[in-house]
Design a protein around this ligand. Structure first.
Ligand SMILES: Nc1ncnc2c1ncn2[C@@H]1O[C@H](COP(=O)(O)OP(=O)(O)O)[C@@H](O)[C@H]1O
Ligand SMILES: [Mg+2]
Length: 380
């Protein structure tokens, strides 16, 4: 069987669908092709609407969205395979994370809902598709997140260097890889780019603050920062995970109102950037004070001002892009879901119980076989 896998991912930023075609046939994963495909704007707006007001959605709208996202992921898969000049038959499987619509791992009936019907992806592509990665970990008592740490360990662990991997998406998550090879810790630190994006979209009418330039024109409002840092999530010990259900514009605006004093919009942006940097730095200092090197990935790795602040707060820890260690920061997460699909098809666990809090390692996801065959042999 080929060792080419395709990972499909859309994160909480809803900035695009990442597709990463990875060859796992060598000692280290090799990226064959990767691209972020734009969401069709109407589909993106439907997703954003549900994320902003999840209680207002109807079952019918949810079902239709699930189908539409599945079809979109299916077309993205075909486009990626064609652009990579590969044939579908060469792809062992697709790992589709889908689009998270609601993440609630700590409620009465814990769940995490990713939309994007994988039946559609398998039918459109004729390629075995693995999806719904989070559900089994949650069923085993875990957070269902983060799931990337096992992949981070497989790719970035170094017995000579105590490393941590920081993925800055809408939410930021850390994987701690001490050189002693003890248990791997990993958790969501809190907001990554998400709050900055939301504030920027509201005041500047474009999707994000390129290089943190707008933030750079403002100044930190200390009282506001302290108030935001007072959110109990930041004090909660791991395992923990979070999402837009907590860290969203509504939460921010409530906090700003309670904070009283009016601030310039750019000062809020600067303070939000500091919030991301400080919560990451404190988490690292608390749970992995011996870290020598922090490898950064996710869209936030491109935010120059954020990187400068992290560097300053964490000195003498060396900051580097995951690119210096073989994987461009934009594709680590999609590559992780390609790898998780491979784990599933090989019957291997994809979660790390010490990270998610699950009772045991479990094989993640559901398998949607390519037409006519299952990974275990012919159907008929
Ligand atoms: N040049 C840049 N400057 C600042 N921020 C950037 C830049 N490029 C990307 N980003 C940020 O990265 C985000 C996308 O990151 P991504 O890792 O895809 O997050 P997610 O996993 O939530 O989709 C964008 O919404 C934006 O905030
Ligand atoms: Mg993204």
């Amino acid at each position: 069987m080929s060792e080419y896998y395709l990972g499909l991912m859309s994160g909480t930023s809803v900035d695009g669908i990442d597709a990463a075609l990875v060859d796992f046939g060598n000692e280290r994963p090799t990226l064959l092709y990767a691209r972020t495909f734009d969401w069709p704007e109407t589909l993106r707006q439907r997703i954003l609407q549900i994320l902003a007001d999840p209680d207002a959605v109807t079952v019918r709208a949810l079902g239709q969205l699930h189908a539409a996202i599945g079809e979109q992921f299916g077309s993205v898969a075909l486009a990626a395979i064609e652009a990579a000049h590969l044939q579908r038959e060469q792809i062992a499987a697709i790992g589709s994370h889908g689009q998270t619509l609601y993440h609630d791992p700590d409620g009465e009936h814990p769940f995490s809902m990713q939309s994007g019907d994988a039946n559609r992806i398998a039918e459109i592509t004729g390629i075995t598709t693995v999806a719904d990665f989070r559900g089994r970990d949650i069923a085993a008592g875990g957070q269902g997140a983060p799931l990337v740490p096992a992949f981070h360990r497989a790719v970035f662990y170094d017995p000579d260097v105590s490393r941590a991997i920081l993925n800055i998406g809408g939410i930021a998550n850390l994987t701690l890889l001490p050189k002693s090879a003890g248990p791997v810790l990993g958790f969501d630190t809190g907001p990554g780019n998400g709050l900055m994006d939301a504030w920027h979209q509201k005041h500047r009418q474009s999707r994000f603050d390129r290089d943190g330039r707008w933030a750079g024109s403002g100044s930190i409002k200390q009282a506001m920062l302290e108030r935001l840092l007072d959110q109990p999530y930041f004090r909660q010990p791991p395992p923990k995970s979070t999402g837009r259900e907590l860290f969203n514009l509504r939460w921010l605006e409530t906090e700003l109102t309670s904070n009283g004093s009016a601030a310039q919009a750019e000062d809020v942006q600067r303070t939000l950037l500091e919030l991301t940097a400080v919560t990451v730095a404190r988490a690292l200092q608390r749970y992995a004070p011996d870290t020598q090197q922090l490898l950064v990935c996710g869209g936030g790795a491109h935010n120059r001002m954020l990187m400068e602040r992290l560097c300053a707060l964490l000195a003498p820890v060396e900051l580097a892009s995951t690119e210096s260690y073989g994987l461009h920061p934009d594709w680590v997460e999609a590559a992780a879901f390609a790898w998780l699909a491979k784990q599933t098809l090989e019957g291997k666990p994809g979660n790390l119980p010490e990270v998610t809090g699950a009772r045991r390692p479990v094989v993640l996801g559901a398998i949607y076989p390519a037409s006519g065959i299952t990974p275990f042999g012919p159907v008929d």
